[in-house]
Design a protein around this ligand. Structure first.
Ligand code: B12
Ligand code: SF4
Length: 498
């Protein structure tokens, strides 16, 4: 069969800082290719809607699958599904990915028949079974499949995550993928899942709080297929098990693979396993992202981050000593007032690291969705991008955005300003000389994308598709059954999770 896989357009944050290859879709594509299907990928982070329609007319797919990791992309995906169904009546349309897995029945309802089914959970095995079954429409009983007529059982976890290395060759215009000065950049997966259970996060609930590792052999084979000089390691928390990270590093060193790496981890993991980070730093790990989330103990406790200020500070010290550049994330609470924003600005300016702010957002699939969503001020999917306030703000909303954007602008100027300007401009010149323009374009975009007025006005756009708030509200922790997409398994990690 001819199958087209489509990734939706970038969201606000990605308009500036990054645009990354659709790794999940490339893995689903690999499974379909192995089953002898003809597969194309259209990534709307790079291509435009008219390009998609041209490709549809030319390729005439039997099935189109959308990747829906991000809630804010829901309206775009539903509208595209409707339009494709209008143009190609017999085309089978399905949607998979992180967010789709938590809101399957809502998606089917919004599309009024345009979306034939939702694939919950990991897409590799399920999508092949699905495509094999659609000719006789015997799909409603398949594990992980949700249709308007009924749903199959919970999807099982892949037995072996090495089984389908990403079909990277299907992603076109690969030079467009970048993250900051890592331009161009490929992405790679070393592990899947997270053994922690932060209340605002759905990474752990998607995989039933399981944690699996790829074999170093499979990782090296995949890494050797990467043409780009920079690599983003997409794991939720890198190097939880230092021996895994070390085994990969040894093989990279032995084979003389030369790349620059970017990864995300936790402060406590860095403190516990500093040797493995040092090793990777020697191999080319230049930049890493740490979600510290709060600068006070109370905030850390509220997010159930299971870390402390002392650990966070120690982690920053370790990274500084190593000469590793760190980008920190903090979660801006809607309850913040002017003074609080001021304190955060002062704190951010007092340290060397890059600081990002995201806004508290209860998502389907998170605990906060069950405990906080009663207070939601909007049900507009597009605002659920962690850059908008969807809970009541202590400050008037316009003022909240004024403070938020002011803080982000200060932080942005800090990166690009006085001390950063020299680095930024020499980095820009180096990249331009190689024909890479993504980073340089990013430097000029901030003021266009981050605007208090734009963010405020986003709240008054007409809403075409509304989210359904959870039917059950709870003051206490929801159960695994309420949260998990995959069959829960005990966390396979003995590392202390607090
Ligand atoms: C890497 C990552 C990114 C990367 C790149 C993502 C990309 N281009 O695909 C970057 C840094 C760009 C990013 C950005 C953001 N991210 Co992000 N990201 C992740 C992360 C850590 C891993 C995703 C990944 O690549 N996993 C590896 C691949 C193999 O898995 P996968 O993509 O999930 O694909 C599997 C299934 O989902 C499914 N599948 C996927 N596509 C399809 C398609 C079909 C047809 C089918 C059948 C199945 C299927 O099968 C795949 C294989 O098993 C996840 C957390 C997580 N663990 O999932 C958060 C996560 C998805 N991100 C999140 C958020 C909030 C964001 C941002 C909005 C944050 C921000 N600061 O603004 C932005 C917006 C991105 C955008 N689209 O513009 C949230 C999503 C919340 C939500 N419900 O919307 C997550 C869950 C993190 C969290 N803590 O809650 N992200
Ligand atoms: S440690 Fe990170 S990925 Fe894991 S649950 Fe917490 S926020 Fe999510």
């Amino acid at each position: 069969m001819r199958v087209m896989l489509v990734h939706p357009s970038p969201l606000m944050y990605s308009e500036i800082y990054l645009r990354l290859e659709p790794l999940g879709m490339e893995r689903v594509a690999a499974a379909l290719l192995e089953a002898k299907h003809e597969v194309r990928i259209v990534d709307l982070q790079i291509f435009l809607h008219p390009d998609l329609f041209n490709e549809l007319a030319q390729f005439k797919p039997d099935a189109v699958g959308f990747s829906l990791n991000y809630l804010a992309n829901v309206p775009e995906v539903v509208d595209l599904a409707r339009e494709i169904k209008r143009r190609l009546k017999s085309c089978f349309i399905f949607v998979g990915g992180h967010s789709a897995s938590f809101i399957a029945t809502d998606l089917l309802a919004h599309s009024e028949g345009a979306i034939d089914c939702v694939v919950r959970g990991e897409g590799e095995a399920t999508t092949v079974e699905l495509i094999d079954a659609i000719r006789d429409r015997a799909i409603a009983k398949l594990p992980g499949i949700v249709t308007a007529e009924g749903s199959g059982p919970m999807p099982p976890l892949l037995k072996d995550i090495d089984r389908f290395p990403p079909a990277r060759h299907l992603a076109r215009k690969r030079h467009k993928y970048f993250i900051s000065v890592f331009d161009p950049s490929a992405s790679i997966e070393f592990t899947r899942g997270c053994p922690w259970d932060c209340s605002f996060c759905s990474a752990w609930t998607f995989y039933g709080r399981s944690y699996r590792q790829s074999s170093p052999d499979a990782i090296i084979r995949d890494l050797e297929s990467v043409q780009e000089p920079n690599v983003f390691i997409v794991d939720d928390v890198a190097f939880i098990h230092p021996e895994h990270g070390e085994a990969i590093a040894r093989e990279i060193e032995r084979r003389g693979i030369k790349k620059r790496y970017y990864l995300e981890t936790r402060a406590d993991v860095l403190c516990r396993n500093r040797e493995v980070f040092e090793y990777w730093h020697r191999l080319g790990l230049d930049l890493m992202f740490m979600g510290l989330e709060a600068i006070d103990e109370e905030g850390l406790k509220a997010h159930r981050k299971r870390s402390s200020l002392d650990i966070n500070n120690r982690a920053l010290e370790i990274a500084r000593k190593m000469g590793l550049q760190v980008a920190i994330n903090l979660i801006a609470d809607p309850d913040w007032d002017e003074r609080r924003f001021e304190i955060v600005r002062e704190w951010a300016m007092s340290i060397d690291e890059i600081v990002h702010l995201t806004v508290t957002t209860p998502y389907p699939g998170t605990e906060t969705w069950f405990t906080e969503s009663r207070k939601l001020t909007t049900l507009d999917y597009r605002l659920f991008d962690i850059q908008h306030a969807v809970l009541p703000t202590r400050l008037p909303l316009r003022k909240f955005y004024q403070e938020l954007v002011k803080t982000q602008a200060v932080l942005n100027r800090k990166h690009l300003g006085f001390s950063g300007l020299w680095n930024a401009s020499s980095e820009a010149a180096r990249l331009l000389a190689r024909g890479q323009t993504n980073f340089v374009r990013m430097l000029w975009k901030f003021n266009r994308v981050y605007s208090q007025e734009r963010q405020y006005q986003d709240h008054s756009r007409p809403i075409k598709y509304s989210m359904t708030p959870p039917q059950v509200h709870t003051e206490t922790r929801p159960t695994g059954e309420q949260l998990y997409v995959h069959n829960p398994r005990p966390a396979a990690v003995s590392a202390s999770t607090g």
